[in-house]
Design a protein around this ligand. Structure first.
Ligand SMILES: [Zn+2]
Length: 222
């Protein structure tokens, strides 16, 4: 399954841990070592949340394969939708680097250092040092993640030394109107490559998938 929505599905996927269209270039949430930022999630993780907004939609977990050693080169797992998936085949053949990985994608309003606010996509894996497990837990405990801000802090640098903490702030007194913001279409933010093109994509030099059927001359970049 390439995308998992809803807490039941997310928790099931987390427990099991097994694991076309055009693309939108999103602004991704980033912190440096020692930095912190206030973040308001503009989407819920579950449609049953009292604060679920159908227009805003849900944040989701994507099941992705990454090229070993190059996290920029990645695409959604297609085994469930298309019955075949290059990453799954490589992993089955012993290429551990192609292990399916879960990654959270969710729109958030981020307060920048100068006090201005900007919609960004928060995307993190499921590791214990990431924000994702705490966010899933908060969604279950509070029944909502969009009705308060969270303070996110990064400590450390590098892939293995970096960890994030997430401190919930006070609950909103009045419901926050997320519809005043334009959100990124997350399904167009994730890399989707049809299974019959994945081998070429992972073997190629570019990290950006090119739309199916696009000629090389006027390649439509996702
Ligand atoms: Zn796969």
């Amino acid at each position: 399954m390439g995308i998992v929505r809803g807490l039941a599905g997310i928790n099931k996927q987390v427990d099991s841990q097994g694991g076309g269209g055009d693309r939108v270039k999103a602004k991704f949430f980033k912190l440096k070592d020692g930095e912190s930022a206030k973040v308001r999630f503009l989407q819920e993780l579950d449609a049953d949340s009292a604060h679920y907004n159908a227009d805003a939609g849900l944040g989701f977990l994507a099941i992705e394969h990454q090229a070993p050693g190059n996290f920029m080169k990645r695409c959604l797992c297609t085994i469930d939708e298309e019955g075949s998936c290059y990453g799954c085949e490589q992993f089955s053949a012993g290429e551990k680097g192609f292990r399916p990985k879960m990654k959270l994608y969710i729109n958030a309003l981020v307060t920048l250092a100068d006090g201005t606010k900007e919609v960004q996509v928060l995307s993190q894996g499921m590791g214990p040092k990431s924000v994702t497990p705490a966010l899933i837990e908060a969604a279950g405990d509070y029944g909502s993640i969009s009705n308060r801000e969270f303070k996110l802090k990064r400590t450390g640098a590098g892939q293995t030394d970096t960890s994030y903490t997430m401190i919930p702030q006070d609950k909103d007194e009045a419901p926050y109107d997320a519809s005043q913001h334009e959100l990124f279409d997350l399904e167009k933010v994730v890399f989707q490559v049809p299974s019959d093109q994945q081998a070429a994509y992972f073997a190629g030099s570019t990290t950006t998938p090119v739309a199916a059927g696009a000629s090389t001359g006027d390649a439509e970049v996702w």
